[in-house]
Design a protein around this ligand. Structure first.
Ligand SMILES: CC(C)(COP(=O)(O)OP(=O)(O)OC[C@H]1O[C@@H](n2cnc3c(N)ncnc32)[C@H](O)[C@@H]1OP(=O)(O)O)[C@@H](O)C(=O)NCCC(=O)NCCS
Length: 216
């Protein structure tokens, strides 16, 4: 009988749920910064107004609705996002212009099954910043960060079949199409829509096509 013992590395010995913790970080893309949402966000009133404007945008209200009818609701939302970071369970980033700190959008990744390394990605971009690869660049950055720092194994994006812009973002971020989910999610119009499921595995290659130039 072999009685020798192989030392267990500290990383392997860790509980996956501990290892799979989103830890606050700022992601610097040069002209764009991704900063964790929370009560301490810079220019709080401007950010609250940005969230209220985003929630009122017809496309966001349709495809990615969230409750921020006024500054109080937006503040409550920031507190929820702060709690997500505190628990390491939801990583929600404000996407900001590096030059002026203007709010451009949001990228959020959350565990669906933390022990299994399965996460879900979501994003929105304010109308004035659309069409400049903000969503693509920010989503690529958060994807790499989640694989690298939080040991994500598989990240999914699900978007309504009619949301072609989101489909392009998922494609350009290397999330392969995996099929159609029927009547799978109730969107802002109150109706259930079919969704396309896309996913990236940690073992998939980084997308190689250029994500687009500077946003400014
Ligand atoms: C989807 C969304 C985040 C895209 O943001 P963005 O910063 O404009 O995205 P990008 O510039 O990185 O890429 C957009 C891609 O969609 C394409 N696109 C934009 N509008 C489109 C439309 N109406 N139909 C088809 N494609 C469209 C662009 O041409 C681009 O593709 P390309 O690079 O091949 O040219 C933004 O439109 C949005 O906030 N929509 C509302 C909320 C939402 O849908 N969130 C996702 C829920 S799953």
């Amino acid at each position: 009988m072999n009685t020798s013992t192989t030392p267990i590395s500290p990383v392997a010995a860790q509980n996956p749920a501990d290892r799979r913790t989103f830890v606050r970080a700022t992601l610097d893309l040069g002209d764009v910064l991704l900063r964790p949402w929370g009560r301490e966000v810079a220019e709080l009133d401007v950010m609250l107004d940005g969230l209220v404007a985003a929630a009122a945008d017809p496309l966001i209200a349709l495809w990615n609705p969230f409750p921020a009818a006024d500054r109080n609701e937006a503040m409550a939302l920031l507190e929820v996002r702060e709690g997500g970071w505190d628990r390491g369970s939801v990583a929600s980033f404000a996407v900001l212009g590096a030059a002026d700190g203007a709010l451009l959008g949001n990228v959020t990744v959350r565990w669906v099954d933390r022990a299994d390394g399965l996460a879900m990605m979501g994003y929105w971009v304010l109308p004035a910043a659309r069409g400049r690869s903000v969503a693509t660049r920010a989503t690529r950055a958060v994807t790499s960060w989640a694989f690298r720092t939080a040991d994500a194994r598989r990240i999914e994006i699900a978007h309504a079949v009619g949301n072609e812009a989101s489909c392009r973002v998922a494609d350009r971020c290397g999330y392969l199409p995996e099929g159609t989910l029927r009547d799978s999610h109730r969107f802002g119009d109150g109706a259930y829509h079919d969704e396309h499921l896309h996913a990236r595995l940690s073992s998939d290659p980084e997308p190689t096509d250029p994500a687009g130039g500077p946003t400014a």
